[in-house]
Every structure is written in structure tokens, then in C-alpha cells.
Design a protein around this ligand. Structure first.
Ligand code: AVJ
Length: 312
């Protein structure tokens, strides 16, 4: 097998219930489509978290109770747009800290660093490209307290069990007293959630079908995009948004690079994403199960979203 993308695609498309991992949405094109999603009025998550980080920077900083200097390590920083307000507040207050954004995309880190040099020239920023845990290991040797940021409801893509595993790994790479600010999307009117993920503009559909284009390109496959559709559904009983690609006909697809033909039935689904919504009680359970203590929940005024501050 050539690489893990090929292996994962093969495993997912040969399973009885087909699936593809949402982590593969984010090639350059997918990252751009995700920016479009964040700009849709229906995708309330971005605005809600932006409100929290811009209106409550002071409260968040006070809640840290850190000695200076300290570190702010952001996991999956992306374009760092939301974090900017928090950084700006701290810089303007002359607070002594180092900002370490981490992302798998070199391009995203270059853009972020460039824009921060321009907009916050006195900010001490050390961007890192690569695997979270390789970089987090270094944190354990730092003499200074650290705040980890895991924003944007990225945790929602993991099942509660997988989320616990990931957060336990974060915890193991933290020092006692280090804190984690984690963005979690809250349960709310199911229609509001439905509209954020099954949008009438078709942007989220494009986001999903882009994964088939990626497979075409990287695995020399022949998905006919027009023969697939998109469906997404929120289940208020368990807080799960599940997203799918739908085959609109009986069809076969060849993945030439890995010498594999996949058969799709009429209306057969490929499950592509979980976006889990939590309530405060479930957040407490998740924190506890990964050895954290919840210190504060910083919510937007509509209580759509929380940046939850956890202590190790
Ligand atoms: C980037 C994982 C937070 O699940 O809300 C947006 C991705 N998927 N619309 C989310 C996404 C469909 C998003 N996260």
C-alpha cells in the first residue's frame, strides 16, 4: 500500500457500511471550502466562538491565574482568525507570553505568521508544522505554564470514546496546572443545527463531494461527482450530526492506483462525518474521563457554544 490515505479510503469503501474520514476533507481546496462554510450565516459556530474570544478575553486571561511568562499552544490553528482577538488583548496589556500555533498545513502556518507579524508586530510567535503530539512532548519540558487551545468544536468530530482517548493524550503531555481551552458546540434548537450542516447554498455538499475529487486525483479514481449527492441529519436524542454522501445510481468506481473497483448501490450511503453536540453535563463527564477538571464555561450570549476551560 502506498500511504495511509489510500489505506483508509480502501478500508472505508470496502466496509459493509461505507465510510470516509472527515479528516481528509482538508486538502487545499477543502480548506478553502471550509472557509466558505465559516462565512455562511447558518454556520453559527464561528460567530459564537468569535464573540466569546473577543468579548471575554479579559475573563479568560484572569481565569488562567498563570505566572509570566507563559505559553499559548494552539492545536490546529488554521488561519487563527478567532484566536486573534485573545492574542490582541494580551499583547495590548503587555502580558508576557509566547504563542505557538500548530497545524499540519505549512501554507496555513505561513499565512498566519505573516498576518500576525503585520497586525501584532510585538507578539512572540513560534509556529510549528507537524504532528500535535511530537510538538506537545516538548511542552512537558517547558519551565513555564501552558494554555492549550483546541477551538472550533474540532472535538465534535470524535466519538465520545475517541474524544476521551485524544484528550487523555493531551493530558499526558501537559504539566500539572496547565490548562486547556476547548471549543464545544452545545445542544440547541435542532433546526438551528440542521441548517448549519444541511445548508441551502450547497456549500457543505461541495465540501463533502470534494473528498471524492481528492480520491480521483490522489488515487487515480473515476468518481462521477454528478452521480452523488449529500445528506446530513441532526439527531437531538444523542446530539449527533451525521453527514453522508449518497450514491444516486447503481454504479462502479475504479481506484486505479490501488487496483480496486468499488460497487455502489442505488441510494447507498458513505458516512463522512460526525459533528457531536454536547450539553454541560456531558462536558463534565468528558473532562473527568480524560483526567481534567472543568474550571469555567465561557459561552456566547445565546448559549450556542462554549469555550470550556479545563485544568490538569
Ligand atoms: C471543523 C469539525 C468543527 O463539524 O462543525 C462544518 C466541520 N463540517 N460543516 C464541524 C464541518 C460541516 C466542522 N469542524
Amino acid at each position: 500500500m502506498t500511504n495511509s490515505f489510500a489505506q483508509d479510503v480502501l478500508a472505508g469503501l470496502t466496509a459493509t457500511e461505507k465510510y470516509l474520514s472527515s479528516k481528509y476533507f482538508y486538502d487545499d481546496n477543502g480548506s478553502r471550502i471550509f472557509q466558505e462554510i465559516m462565512n455562511m450565516p447558518e454556520y453559527y459556530l464561528t460567530d459564537a466562538e468569535f464573540e466569546i474570544l473577543s468579548m471575554q478575553s479579559k475573563q479568560i486571561h484572569e481565569a488562567l491565574q498563570f505566572s509570566e511568562p507563559f505559553n499559548i499552544i494552539e492545536l490546529g490553528a488554521g488561519d487563527g482568525f478567532k484566536t486573534f482577538k485573545l492574542l490582541e488583548y494580551l499583547v495590548n496589556k503587555n502580558i508576557d507570553f509566547k504563542y505557538v500555533p500548530i497545524d499540519i498545513s505549512q501554507e496555513a502556518m505561513d499565512i498566519l505568521t505573516e498576518s500576525l507579524r503585520e497586525r501584532l508586530p510585538t507578539l512572540n510567535v513560534k509556529p510549528q508544522v507537524g504532528d500535535y503530539f511530537e510538538i506537545l512532548k516538548v511542552n512537558r519540558e517547558s519551565n513555564f505554564p501552558s494554555l492549550l487551545l483546541f477551538l472550533g468544536s474540532n472535538i465534535g468530530n470524535y466519538s465520545p470514546q475517541k474524544a476521551t482517548e485524544l484528550l487523555t493524550l493531551f493530558n499526558k503531555n501537559m504539566k500539572n496546572g496547565d490548562k486547556l481551552l476547548i471549543g464545544v458546540d452545545l445542544k440547541k434548537n435542532p433546526i438551528t443545527i440542521h441548517n448549519a450542516y444541511y445548508d441551502s447554498h450547497g456549500i457543505t455538499k461541495r465540501f463533502n463531494l470534494n473528498l471524492l475529487l481528492r480520491i480521483n486525483r490522489e488515487l487515480d479514481a473515476d468518481f462521477k461527482i454528478d452521480d452523488f449527492d449529500f445528506y446530513s441529519n441532526y439527531n437531538p436524542d444523542n446530539g449527533e450530526v451525521k453527514s453522508y454522501i449518497v450514491s444516486l445510481r447503481n454504479q462502479t468506481v475504479n481506484l486505479k492506483k490501488i487496483n480496486k473497483t468499488i460497487i455502489f448501490g442505488y441510494n447507498e450511503l458513505i458516512w463522512t462525518e460526525l459533528s457531536k453536540k454536547y450539553d454541560v453535563k456531558e462536558i463534565n463527564t468528558l473532562a473527568k474521563s480524560s483526567s481534567f477538571k472543568v474550571q469555567n464555561n465561557f459561552m456566547d450570549c445565546k448559549h450556542y457554544f462554549t469555550d470550556s476551560l479545563w485544568v490538569k
